[in-house]
Design a protein around this ligand. Structure first.
Ligand SMILES: Cc1ncc(COP(=O)(O)O)c(C=O)c1O
Length: 355
């Protein structure tokens, strides 16, 4: 038994519960991790294969070519981009770069479950602001939660797991109310799936506000969840700090080349996103027709506020061959996947008492 003390922050750390996987040898649709149901494009597989022969070497530590390609696609300068081992790592690096022990980080709740973990590991204190019954972030309450101790506010848009995107007018009011030395992180992991015309335009907001950082990822729309590539977009001085706080060589050579190939195939990949968005509409419409009250979704998942029935509903789905993500006592998040998976899921949802 080791007598080495672990950090106190670990004692209270909520666990990150990964989406359920089918047991080895069993078949099930995996709608539990907001993944892209499409396999990688042949051009991306070819880039991965080409990259494989170089894995005896370290990758380009600064992912220079990828950073330049991302910057060009967004219309920002390359020194604004910091890549990481998934945007979840980029978030950790952002917090490590700016938080001192005891600083406060305001965050919506329920939201992405990695937030409280990342905040605690950065030595900061999370201040949770409840999301409304409609699944929308309450940006007014979040602005009111800002104190002189607040260093960062996390804004998840669209919000995982509830689905709605933050609107441009509410974000503008929020940014006007928050002091300019508070960092506002817009987590746009699902931005490519947004179709709400009122949704905030993260890049435009970034251009106007030097205290805004964007987080984006290749895991969702680009279908590279297994390779772990995400990035932060920040003003160059902040970006340099985030880079300094990053894990060296955090994005593998294989991941860098796959992300570059995905950017080159962007139009084709975004057509796949269109089909996920269409499937999302079919799922939402069918659920509402069954009598369910579900919030709007601008991402690749929908939220069922099942309360105490969440876990039993997820078990029922699993028995039917569909894995979903329950949040015990709160609700169930269902990723938008294959049409066959939607059909199977809708069979289960039709048999359960609606709320
Ligand atoms: C809101 C949000 N942000 C960030 C991430 C992290 O994505 P990744 O680390 O794969 O880039 C996720 C993943 O589910 C997410 O839902």
């Amino acid at each position: 038994m080791s007598r080495v003390a672990l950090r106190k922050a670990l004692a209270d750390l909520p666990p990150y519960v990964p989406g359920a996987r089918a047991p080895v040898g069993a078949a099930a649709y995996k709608l539990s991790s907001n993944e892209n149901p499409f396999p990688p494009l042949p051009s991306v597989v070819a880039a991965i294969a080409d990259a494989a022969v170089d894995v005896n070497r370290y990758p380009d530590m600064y992912a220079t070519e990828l950073g330049e390609a991302i910057a060009a696609s967004l219309g920002v300068t390359p020194d604004s981009i910091v890549t990481g081992c998934g945007s979840v790592a980029a978030l950790g690096h952002v917090l490590t770069a700016v938080c001192e022990a005891g600083d406060e980080v305001v965050l919506p709740w329920r939201s992405f479950e990695a937030y409280p973990i990342a905040v605690s590991l950065a030595g900061a204190e999370g201040v949770r602001v409840p999301v409304g019954a409609d699944g929308r972030l309450d940006l007014e309450a979040m602005a009111e939660a800002v104190t002189p101790r607040t260093k960062v506010v996390l804004v998840c848009t669209p919000n995982n797991p509830t689905g709605p995107a933050v609107h441009a007018d509410e974000l503008a009011r929020f940014l006007a109310a928050v002091p300019s030395d508070v960092l506002v992180v817009l987590d746009e992991a699902y931005v490519e799936f947004v179709r709400d015309e009122r949704a905030a335009d993260g890049l435009a907001v970034f251009a106007e506000h030097p205290n805004v950082v964007l987080l984006r990822t290749f895991s969702k729309a680009y279908g590279l969840a297994g390779l772990r590539v995400g990035y932060a977009v920040a003003r160059p001085r902040l970006a340099a700090g985030i880079r300094a706080a990053s894990t060296p060589f955090g994005v593998s050579h294989v991941a860098q080349l796959a992300a570059l190939a995905s950017l080159r195939a962007r139009d084709e990949l975004l057509r796949r996103v269109d089909s996920v968005v269409a499937e999302r509409a079919r799922l939402l419409t069918a659920l509402r027709a069954q009598g369910w009250t579900v919030p709007d979704s601008q991402a690749n998942f929908v939220w069922l506020p099942l309360g105490e029935q969440a876990s039993s509903f997820a078990e029922r789905c699993a028995r039917a061959g569909v894995l979903v993500r329950p949040f015990a006592g709160d609700g169930v998040r269902v990723s938008v996947g294959e049409p066959e998976a939607t059909d199977l899921f809708l069979e289960v949802s039709s048999e359960v008492t609606r709320r």
